[in-house]
Design a protein around this ligand. Structure first.
Ligand SMILES: Nc1ncnc2c1ncn2[C@@H]1O[C@H](COP(=O)(O)OP(=O)(O)O)[C@@H](O)[C@H]1O
Ligand SMILES: [Mg+2]
Length: 315
């Protein structure tokens, strides 16, 4: 869906914000760009919709060079969500959401329906919120409107630059959960920037770890945890704390039908994390045994949720 081919951004003063950047992002994938401050995440994101012009290499969207797209087409067909969501303060919530559909000259009735649909989608009752102004909403609610606005014209690609990092931990967790839920339904291609590893583990189909404008490692959360390319990755994912440690998986065990259990490998409710991850590389689900009783099953999502939570606790 989005291909970076040896992309670089060199500023006039000679500094490279991004260099040698090659990556293919698949359709329907949620790709997390993560790295320390100044590692080039925002620059990489903004080169996709040409908010920042690249200076070397190529970016293609659906096999077409981004330079060959009409700039409006490119901006309107790519949703964009920022940390401090820039809702227009004097426009109501519905007006804010309607911006791109209006530029695309949708029928008014179609726009109205879409606003209702989107507000429901992000968990805000249209009757209550349509006519409000942005400052009559909490920070978390404003971010939800930001997400709704980015989705408004149903773009196939969404760019999100630290969209939840200004929120309190509870709102952040709720919006992360909602994004996972939403993505299960809408299956957009999402590039999500964060500097928070627990967030990356929780959300990413794949994670691309950047440093000094380049890619250090790209892989699934498990790959980064289990096969870190070097010490930088190991430190960044907090692997020293997590690899050998025993984790208690009881809180993410799900009930299973008796007849399914016979087909699954059985593990104990306390196991070293690396062993569980290895098994989950080969089997979709595992049965969990405690003393003499099978108490249910676990899957990849459950384990990633535990790891993400533990990393949240380590910050
Ligand atoms: N206009 C500019 N001129 C020179 N360097 C810049 C400019 N804008 C950004 N940079 C540099 O590019 C690097 C990457 O920035 P950025 O993409 O914002 O990183 P991140 O989003 O990962 O924090 C930083 O070192 C930053 O100082
Ligand atoms: Mg940034």
């Amino acid at each position: 869906m989005i291909s970076f081919d040896n992309v670089a951004k060199k500023y006039d003063d000679g500094t490279y914000a991004v260099k040698n950047f090659s990556l293919h992002i698949n359709e329907g994938e949620l790709l997390v760009l993560i790295g320390p401050s100044g590692s080039g995440k925002t620059t990489t994101l903004k080169m996709i919709n040409r908010l920042i012009p690249l200076t070397e290499g190529y970016i293609r969207i659906k096999d077409k060079m981004i330079s060959d797209y009409d700039i409006h087409e490119l901006r309107w067909d790519i949703g964009y969500v920022l940390q401090q969501i820039a809702l227009f303060p004097h426009m109501t919530i519905e007006e804010n959401i309607a911006i791109v559909p209006e530029m695309k000259k949708w029928e008014q009735e179609e726009i109205n329906q879409r606003i209702d649909e989107l507000l429901h989608m992000v968990g805000l009752e249209p009757e209550t919120y349509r006519k409000r102004l942005p400052n009559e909403l909490s920070g978390g609610q404003q971010q939800r409107i930001g997400v709704a606005r980015a989705l408004a014209a149903n773009p196939p690609i969404i760019l999100m630059d630290e969209p939840f990092s200004a929120l309190d931990p509870l709102s952040r967790e709720k919006l992360q959960d909602d994004l996972i839920q939403l993505q299960n339904n809408i299956k957009k291609t999402i590039v999500f920037v964060t500097h928070d590893m627990s967030e990356a583990l929780k959300l990413g189909d794949r994670i691309c770890l950047m440093r000094d404008g380049g890619i250090v490692q790209t892989g699934t959360p498990e790959e980064l945890l289990q096969q870190p390319a070097n010490d930088f990755v190991r430190e960044f994912v907090g692997i020293d704390q997590s690899q050998e440690r025993m984790i208690d998986i009881r809180e993410v065990v799900k009930p299973a039908k008796q007849e399914e259990l016979g087909k699954l490998p059985i593990i104990a409710s306390r196991m070293p994390i690396n062993e569980i991850l290895s098994l989950l590389g080969e089997h979709e689900e595992l049965a969990v045994k405690e003393i003499d009783e099978i108490i249910g099953i676990i899957d990849r999502q459950g384990i990633i949720r535990i790891l993400s939570r533990q990393m949240e606790g380590l910050k």
